[in-house]
Design a protein around this ligand. Structure first.
Ligand code: KIV
Length: 271
């Protein structure tokens, strides 16, 4: 539900219709009230409260340390801000992989305490039981395959996934299994574009890519990366739409300089 108590416009059904009509889906991350409000105003379809908050908000090297409580805190801030987009919340590492009972408990906490619309989980066959149990409670689930950052210690690298036939075949099987289980959408991260297209064509549910080419049903980026707030991360799939790092640096430098030169506050800026 939105701030005004109205149902948000983008639903699982609406996303399915968008795919059927060939309309591309735009998804972006947000972790706080102010950014979520701006992104909603711009007309985004889905806001992902990603566990990438562990990196861009908390400065962790991986997404693993972020907790369920912290994800719920971010989700609450985002939900308060938005009217139209669907809000999907990442289930953090350790909140669903252990067993399916724990997965249901975590998903219910996210939905109850944040009033978000859906949860996202990383992985295929190995987490299918958890996915099915969450879905059985009526909570919509978005899958995530390809590069799954919560498994970084298993992969050992953030390089492109599923380049080899065996891994590509497993990804397709996992994608079909997630759709069969009842997931409403799927994120594909950092895989060959041809494979992204193949999966999107094979599935009825929307497939949202991040580094999965142009043949999928929509795209997602991390907001801090696409706005150029972060500088150290430059994968090929990342298009920077602004250089907010430099803009912010310049603004803060000007502020410091104005204070030091006694130029701020001026006569109009005081009581
Ligand atoms: O946590 C996140 O931001 C994500 C996106 C990269 C898809 O999972």
């Amino acid at each position: 539900m939105s701030v005004e108590g109205k149902k948000r416009i983008i639903t699982t059904q609406r996303l399915l219709e968008m795919k059927q009509r060939g309309e591309k889906i735009a998804m972006l991350t947000a972790y706080d009230y102010t950014s979520a409000k701006i992104i909603d105003e711009a007309g985004i379809d889905i806001i992902l409260v990603g566990d990438s908050a562990a990196n861009v908000m908390a400065g962790h090297e991986t997404t693993l340390p972020i907790t369920l409580d912290q994800m719920i805190y971010h989700a609450q801030s985002v939900v308060k801000a938005v009217k139209n987009p669907m809000v999907v919340v990442d289930m953090p590492f350790g909140a669903y992989q252990g067993n399916s009972k724990q997965a249901v408990f975590s998903a219910i906490r996210i939905m109850k305490e944040s009033e978000a619309d859906a949860v996202k989980v990383e992985g295929g066959s190995e987490i299918l039981e958890s996915v099915s149990r969450i879905l059985s409670t009526g909570i919509p689930v978005m899958g995530h395959l390809g590069l799954t950052p919560q498994s970084i210690h298993k992969f050992g690298t953030y390089s492109v996934r599923a380049k080899e036939e065996a891994e590509a075949n497993k990804l397709i099987e996992d994608a079909l299994a997630l759709e069969d289980a009842g997931c409403f959408a799927l994120v594909l991260e950092k895989i060959p574009a041809t494979l992204g297209t193949k999966v999107a064509e094979a599935l009825k549910i929307p497939v949202i890519g991040i580094g999965a080419g142009n043949g999928v049903d929509g795209q997602v980026l991390v907001m801090h990366d696409m706005l150029g707030l972060t500088q150290e991360f430059s994968p090929r799939f990342l298009r920077r739409y602004h250089n907010l790092h430099d803009e912010m640096l310049k603004a803060v430098k000007n502020y410091i300089s104005d204070i030091r030169s006694r130029e701020f506050p001026n006569d109009q800026e005081q009581y």
